[in-house]
Design a protein around this ligand. Sequence first.
Ligand code: HEC
Length: 150
Amino acid sequence: MMKRILLVAGMMLIGVGAVSAQQDIVKQRQQAMKDNGKSLGGVLGAMAKDKIPYDQKAVDAAFAQLEASGKELVSLFPDSTKGLKGEGKYSSSPKVWENRSDFETHAAKYNKAVSETKASVKDLATLKAAVPVIGKQCSGCHETFRLKDG
Ligand code: HEC
């Protein structure tokens, strides 16, 4: 009997651990998205709008972040996190999992746009051309796959 109780308790702990590991993935993807927002809005977009001076080093760093987070984007949405919500105003639509190939196509198009624009940006004029190209891919995915709560 005791053994059985311990077994059940142990299994429950494993269950709790698994849920919090999944919750960590939600946190991780939300953080990656916030970092995307900083790179695109806070750095590249701010330069394109002449709010901060053009700085090639900062441009390179922003592109490096966008590229790195783009590579892991799909893996931050495993099946086990369907229906889980993190903190904040946004969450993932169930469509991420229900229309998986469409979601992955969006991610691939986004990654292509990032690497193509990265190669094209050399100065303020080319940056100004690049920002909307990337932004279109962000919002193109959000339109279908991101929910705004409340
Ligand atoms: C392939 C789809 C896809 C692409 C591309 C994408 N996002 Fe997202 N983004 C999402 C999804 C889905 C969520 C909701 C994640 C969650 O909360 O589970 C999200 C959430 C966010 C959030 C809210 C984060 C929070 O919790 O506060 C921001 C900001 C954001 N994205 C910015 C960007 C920017 C900027 C880009 C482009 C540089 C981008 N995203 C590209 C799908 C995408």
